[in-house]
Design a protein around this ligand. Structure first.
Ligand SMILES: [Zn+2]
Length: 279
């Protein structure tokens, strides 16, 4: 569930701490490691990484991309944490948490650990980014798209606006939590059909996306510091705030759905009718 703001701050921290550093060891911890690690080079995950130097760390949508200096062929370690994966930057002596699957020992005396409660995330090793599942299909970055491009890309979609905003092929980086926050910021009912949005509302949505994501990056940066396994979300307006007062109007926040697929919104600020199962 890390989305664009959290992963962006994780990238910033790792950029400061591990770029230019050589990987001294790779520990694969069974039984989780074989589930989360995908070696698309077929040359050996550990063997390929040990002794290589981390050249750059970038983020694309909900993927973190480590690139390595390794002879002639490019080499990438791409981490897609999905709903449950987390990275941790620690000293080697730090107690290992349950569900730690991979430990990268760095030559600067730190470790990057991959933890995943449900082994849903993936760590891909590849020579080319296009071979990573879902990577080539991604639309532009949510914070790099222009209003005009946003309008154009929105057109083919006809469904509920929340579902559209979450589609990586439309724009990359937004998941369930930030979709709720963006729609609250835009004062749009999450179940409005895209086809019902006016040109003005599309512009409001675009601006809300930028304001919400940029604001969240700042807040996450302050709260997370270097604890990259954290997912600070207390500052959110509606997501996971069922029953709490809307920060804008005081109406108790509504909830639709269950488990990972919940939607929170304010039925006063985001009017649009009643939904079956709404609390
Ligand atoms: Zn409200």
């Amino acid at each position: 569930m890390p989305e664009l703001p959290e992963l962006e701050v994780v990238r910033e921290v790792l950029q400061r701490r591990v770029v230019g550093v050589t990987i001294a060891s790779v520990q694969m911890i069974p039984p989780g490691a074989p589930i989360v690690v995908r070696d698309l080079t077929n040359q050996g995950f550990e063997k390929s990484l040990i002794g290589t130097t981390i050249k750059t760390i970038s983020r694309r949508g909900k993927y973190l991309v480590f690139s390595f200096q390794n002879g002639e062929e490019p080499l990438y370690l791409v981490i897609n944490p999905k709903l449950t994966g987390r990275l941790q930057l620690v000293r080697p002596g730090e107690k290992r948490r349950p569900k730690t699957h991979v430990v990268f020992g760095l030559a600067n005396g730190r470790q990057v650990r991959y933890i995943d409660q449900k082994q849903m995330g993936q760590l891909y090793l590849a020579h080319h980014l296009e071979v990573i599942p879902g990577y080539a299909e991604m639309g532009p970055e949510a914070l790099e798209i222009s209003l005009e491009e946003f309008r154009q890309r929105l057109k083919p979609y006809r469904g509920e606006i929340k579902g559209v905003v979450m589609r990586a092929e439309f724009v990359a980086g937004i998941g369930n939590a930030y979709a709720d926050e963006i729609l609250w910021e835009a004062r749009l009912y999450p179940y409005r059909k895209r086809t019902q949005l006016s040109a003005d509302e599309v512009e409001i949505l675009y601006k809300a996306m930028r304001v919400t994501l940029l604001g969240a990056i700042e807040k996450v940066r302050v709260e997370m510091q270097e604890n990259i396994d954290q997912k600070p979300r207390d500052f959110m307006a509606v997501h996971m705030k069922t029953g709490e007062p809307c920060p804008r109007c005081g109406t108790p926040i509504s909830l639709v759905g269950a488990n990972q697929r919940i939607t929170n919104f304010c039925r006063t600020c985001q009017p649009g009718g009643l939904i079956k199962g709404m609390k």
